[in-house]
Design a protein around this ligand. Structure first.
Ligand SMILES: C[S@@+](CC[C@H](N)C(=O)[O-])C[C@H]1O[C@@H](n2cnc3c(N)ncnc32)[C@H](O)[C@@H]1O
Length: 188
């Protein structure tokens, strides 16, 4: 199966890969700012990271906790990536504080309940003029509307995260309705 067919299949998975609109948005901005370093938190099997590396030439650091997905990411990178993919296997909460920036672009696509906790490291690691992308910030309309009882806590975490992001004077944020909500935040 070629890379685009694998990526199409991954859109139907349990933790789907980024939608086309969000991926296109990152690619466009990567070209506009001549990005050279990209960090993805929750890289899954690498479909976004590899597509970005191949289309824009960015050097990718991909952080993923799940060992099975990490193995698939290594295989996909070896078979399909044109550029270097640095794969860090482990918990983002433990690895992020150890990383050194600056990165031009960061995609936050790991555990939604942890976005708020990861934000200070994302801010530290991002260079001025760089972009932080946060996926799934509206989550089925639960964040701005009513969430089912089982999901209220998760929706509350994302609501707090958006308040933090939108209230931070060092960032300018826009939220798009791509997928389950995609926040694009420029570090000023
Ligand atoms: C939505 S999927 C990622 C999709 C990927 N970004 C893409 O666009 O193809 C979310 C990923 O976050 C990973 N994840 C969950 N908790 C994590 C953690 N604490 N640290 C690192 N990765 C984590 C999951 O294993 C899963 O692969």
């Amino acid at each position: 199966m070629d890379f685009s067919a694998r990526r199409e299949a991954a859109k139907q998975g349990r933790d789907p890969t980024l939608c086309d609109e969000a991926l296109g948005c990152i690619m466009r901005i990567a070209r506009e700012v001549h990005a050279s370093r990209y960090l993805e938190i929750g890289a899954g099997e690498g479909y976004t990271a590899i597509a970005l590396a191949n289309e824009t030439g960015v050097e990718v650091t991909a952080l993923e906790r799940d060992p099975v997905r990490c193995e698939a990411l290594r295989k996909n990178a070896a078979e399909c990536a044109a550029g270097p993919i640095h794969i860090l296997e482990g918990d983002a909460g433990e690895i992020l504080p150890l990383l050194e920036g600056p990165f031009d672009l960061i995609l936050l696509d790991g555990p939604k309940a942890q976005y708020r906790r990861y934000f200070p490291d994302c801010k530290r690691l991002l260079k001025r003029g760089g972009f932080l992308f946060s996926d799934d910030v509206l989550l089925f309309g639960w964040v701005r509307g009513q969430a089912p009882a089982k999901r209220r806590m998760l929706a509350a975490h994302l609501r707090e995260y958006l308040a933090l992001l939108e209230g931070d004077p060092d960032f300018s944020t826009q939220i798009y309705d791509y997928g389950e909500g995609f926040a694009v935040s420029k570090k000023l």
